[in-house]
Design a protein around this ligand. Sequence first.
Ligand code: AHG
Ligand code: MN
Ligand code: MN
Length: 335
Amino acid sequence: MSAISRKVLTLDEFTILQLRNFPNATGELSGLLRDIGLAAKRVNVEVNKAGLVDILGDAGATNIQGEDVKKLDVFANNQFMGVLRHGISCAGIGSEELDDFVVFDDPVSVNSKYVCLFDPLDGSGNIDVNVSIGTIFSVFRRVTPVGTPVTAADFLQPGVKQVAAGYVIYGSSTMLVYATRRGCNGFTLDPSIGEFCLSHPDIKCPELGKIYSVNHGNFFQYDEGVRKYIDGCQRKNKSNGGPYTQRYIGSMVADVHRNLIKGGIFMYPATQDKPNGKLRLLYECNPFAFIVEVAGGKATNGQQRILEIVPTELHQRSPLFIGSKLMMEELESHL
Ligand code: AHG
Ligand code: MN
Ligand code: MN
């Protein structure tokens, strides 16, 4: 057996190294990211055997938004909530799967400075067919005083206030990608040692890509500007190298991850049936908007930068346009 390569930096080593840049840092964010990494590893184990055990299929309930809840959704939600509750860095959570936010009011958690919002399992419609799914998370510094129970005000902050955001993709390999204002980095799980190892340092989203991702089935429900842009994506006479390739997996994590690495644009516009689109501002749009902006891209709801929207409800939805800078600028010229 060969010795462990010391070129490899694990997630924990990386976050601790980052601390050196901040002499006054408490390490609480590193702790929070370690907790998220731990929950991700546990969820990964279950996702990997989803085809084998009786964890497939519906849990027989619908969530607050009336959607089917899959057993793995519940499992993932409980893992992330449980790990964060028992950790020492999180004072409360909000989850796509829970009606209301959860206050961690034990003496340790109440003294934590962060709250976390997450979509425990994104793309859960893809579980039964062995297609990539993910977890999305967003971290805010609380606005209420440390030592008191968190309130709605801690969760209803605009996305610009995020301290960190990230996602886990349970794909052909499992990756954890997270961004802080300092940069965006990706870690691939090495299953042989059970560690996330730095594999994609300092991710930058190419300014221009060749991929557009949208649910074409809804085409005739989109606004005219969106339809015109999509139409243009399919034409050759483009200065930017069109026609583009259309790719849409139906797991936002997988679609946006691919576009982040290769360059591209992802859209979930408003439709006649869903005037606010489908995606949730706090659990899906905000974290990805933060990550993609840190990586050099852009994210809007068609009118406004996603990160500047002041949320009024935990589960509110928003149209989303996100991706490579120049592609976003071209889209904006149509809207
Ligand atoms: P979730 O599984 O958390 O409900 O999210 C699914 C989302 C998103 O991941 C994906 O991009 C989108 O739903 C797909 O929706 P359509 O099937 O309407 O295109
Ligand atoms: Mn989702
Ligand atoms: Mn989900």
